[in-house]
Structures are given as structure tokens and as C-alpha cells.
Write a protein that binds this ligand. Sequence first.
Ligand SMILES: O=C(O)CCC(=O)C(=O)O
Length: 136
Amino acid sequence: MYHDQALYKEAHGGITPWHADQYYWPLDNDRTITAWIPLQAIPKNIGPLEFSAGSHQIQEGRDLGISDSSEEIIENRLRVTDFKHITEPFDLGEVSFHSGWVFHRAGANSTDEMRRVMTVIYMDKETRLKKPENDG
Ligand SMILES: O=C(O)CCC(=O)C(=O)O
């Protein structure tokens, strides 16, 4: 295991812009996977995880941290591909897995309640830390 992280999104919290997680990690390879584990049912209006399926195949946008500009640049890049944009609600008990270079985002939480999610990030057992290259 590399690390874990609780991702609680406040009531009326905004979107999580398009990004790829691997950008943030000072690891010497990209054999990584994130388990995104809802701690409640996640209907569309509370901000489920969304993916561009197969987008780990493109390089453009990999150098962008999460920001308004990553949202715009990656969105525009994905629009001219055939990758399917997956956006679906999650039942409690469903878990989603994504590898480090898959572009993903999450919708806004337009409800009055907190969105509660836990993530666990795994890496290959041979992985070693390297000098950080990006802020994060
Ligand atoms: O849950 C979110 O809002 C975003 C999650 C995410 O980007 C991730 O788990 O890598």
C-alpha cells in the first residue's frame, strides 16, 4: 500500500477538475491503482467519480495538477478522442478502481450533506520513492 486518503466533499462543494493522480506521486514507476470507496450511496447530484475510459493512453495533460486550467485543457483534449466518458451513480458497497494515468474528475456536491469517500492507493511492491518533480 502507498497511502490512503479520506475525500469528504462539503455540502455545495464544487467539482474536482480533470486530472491524473500519477502527476502527484514521486514514485519510480506507474504501477499504481486507486480504490475509490464510497462510504454512502453516491447519486449523481453528490459528486460521483467520472472517468475517461482508456485515457491512460494519451500523454497530453499529464503535466497538469488539478486546477481550472486542467479542467479546461484536459476536457478539450478528451473531446477529440473516442474515449467514453463514464459518469454513473454508485451504490453503497460499490468500489471503483483507476490506474495512475487515467484521467478522471468528480461532479459538484449540490446537496446539503457531506459526500463521504475513502481512497486507498496501492503500488507495486518493487516501487521506490524518487525525488519529487511536481508540487502536490
Ligand atoms: O472524489 C473526488 O472528488 C476525486 C477523487 C480523485 O480524484 C481520486 O480518488 O483520485
